[in-house]
Write a protein that binds this ligand. Structure first.
Ligand SMILES: Cc1cc2nc3c(=O)[nH]c(=O)nc-3n(C[C@H](O)[C@H](O)[C@H](O)COP(=O)(O)O)c2cc1C
Length: 184
């Protein structure tokens, strides 16, 4: 039987951001409570209203946001989360996560969450294979965060190469595995 859990989604400013709407919908259909945080750049790719419609909850849009009930979502949502998924994790976000930035809500939540963190990178092959991105990824893995993808496949630039974000269905499966492991 499916167990309801709080799933926190941190959406970055990459072309694959639109796929997170499908993921949010799928998680809600599976019975999870889903809260979404978006970086300012992510909002240029997909509108917060889409996620608010799908999850029935206000999107966290700022590192200084206070909700209508007076609570700070970077604390409350982090406390409630059973898993935090960052996707698409852009090269910029990976760098911020690696050094512990907290000036956007997605990065900030990574510093306040105590739950498992799953990072789903997405970028073109040049960015993904660059030394600095690989260094940042190694830092996150050494910290115990789970890296999911990227995979080889069609990139937005119009050719096949490494860098494509894993599909939302695969992210949903990974979330299920993390939640199952946490349940013991
Ligand atoms: C059309 C377009 C698509 C982009 N896609 C990606 C991407 O898939 N991965 C990435 O790392 N950067 C991508 N970028 C660059 C990011 O948007 C940029 O680095 C941004 O500052 C990242 O913001 P974030 O930290 O909120 O994720 C793209 C830029 C444009 C204009």
């Amino acid at each position: 039987m499916a167990v309801t859990k709080d799933v926190l989604l941190g959406v970055g400013g990459g072309i694959a951001a639109y796929k997170l709407a499908f993921l949010a919908s799928r998680l809600v259909q599976r019975g999870h409570r889903v809260r979404v945080a978006m970086t300012p750049r992510a909002c240029e790719f997909v509108g917060p209203l889409t996620f608010e419609g799908l999850t029935g909850r206000k999107v966290i849009l700022s590192s200084t946001q206070v909700d209508a009930d007076g609570t700070a979502p970077h604390l409350e949502a982090a406390k409630a989360a059973a898993v935090y998924v960052v996707a698409p994790a852009t090269a910029d976000l990976l760098a911020k996560l690696a050094f512990g930035a907290a000036d956007d809500p997605v990065s900030l939540l990574a510093t306040t969450c105590r739950c498992p963190i799953v990072v789903c990178p997405a970028m073109n092959d040049a960015m993904w294979t660059s030394a600095v991105v690989q260094q940042n990824v190694a830092t996150l893995c050494a910290r115990g965060w789970q890296l999911l993808g990227p995979v080889k496949g069609h990139l937005a630039e119009g050719y096949d190469a490494i860098g494509r974000m894993v599909e939302p269905e695969a992210i949903a499966e990974a979330i299920g595995r993390v939640l199952g492991a946490a349940r013991g």
